[in-house]
Design a protein around this ligand. Structure first.
Ligand SMILES: [Fe+2]
Length: 202
């Protein structure tokens, strides 16, 4: 195993352990996919985005539950590929979100650990960012690791979710949020749908 694969393997272990150790009724349905995500690794080209700097800050505030996960992401930040699902020219989300958002995926269709069963990684949004209501076929979990957000499901009244809270979004359910005064860092999971579907904003 070369050094890159070894470091990615530690990111994988931290990503899987976080979900497998986290106790929540909604998470139980995702655990089989986390256990049997697949078996192939492909090195990905690392990429940076401005939001990646917030990860260090979040890891300094980590609790005993999130410490290993966040610190492993900081330690191997040079291995991460920070991405966005949307582009300014498509006009699907506010420009302010694209200036302050990104995700780093560890398991998923695009690797580094290839899976057509589960998508897992970390995502960050800056303060006072609005992620408009959208939907996708995959069911989704957000575990908030730092910061807070006002979540709205199916356009209902927004509810505040804070670090430690979990939000479960069923397949094709409309959801969106506005972040609070701090950076929002989440652990995310997708399953049971196209793992790279562009969300629908109709
Ligand atoms: Fe979503």
């Amino acid at each position: 195993m070369d050094i890159n694969q070894q470091q990615d393997r530690e990111l994988l272990d931290a990503t899987r352990t976080f979900a497998l150790d986290h106790q929540h009724p909604h998470l139980a349905r995702f655990k089989p996919s986390i256990r049997d995500w697949g078996n192939s690794w492909e090195a990905v080209e690392s990429m940076d985005l401005p939001v990646s700097t917030f990860l260090t800050e979040a890891s300094d505030q980590a609790t005993s539950n999130t410490q290993t996960l966040l610190q492993t992401f900081v330690r191997y930040s040079h291995r991460l590929r920070w991405e966005q699902s949307y582009r300014k020219q498509d006009g699907l989300v506010p420009d302010a979100m694209l200036d302050a958002y990104g995700f780093a995926e560890i398991i998923g269709l695009c690797g580094p650990f290839i899976s057509d069963r589960i998508r897992a990684g970390i995502a960050i949004w800056g303060p006072q960012v609005k992620y408009p209501q959208h939907q996708h076929q995959a069911e989704e979990i957000y575990v908030l690791l730092a910061g807070s957000a006002e979540f709205s499901l199916d356009g209902s009244a927004a509810q505040t979710r804070r670090a430690g809270d979990l939000v479960f979004v069923e397949s094709n359910r409309r959801h969106g949020f506005c972040t609070g005064e701090e950076n929002l860092v989440v652990y995310y999971l997708w399953q049971a749908g196209d793992l790279r579907q562009t969300s629908n904003f109709d």
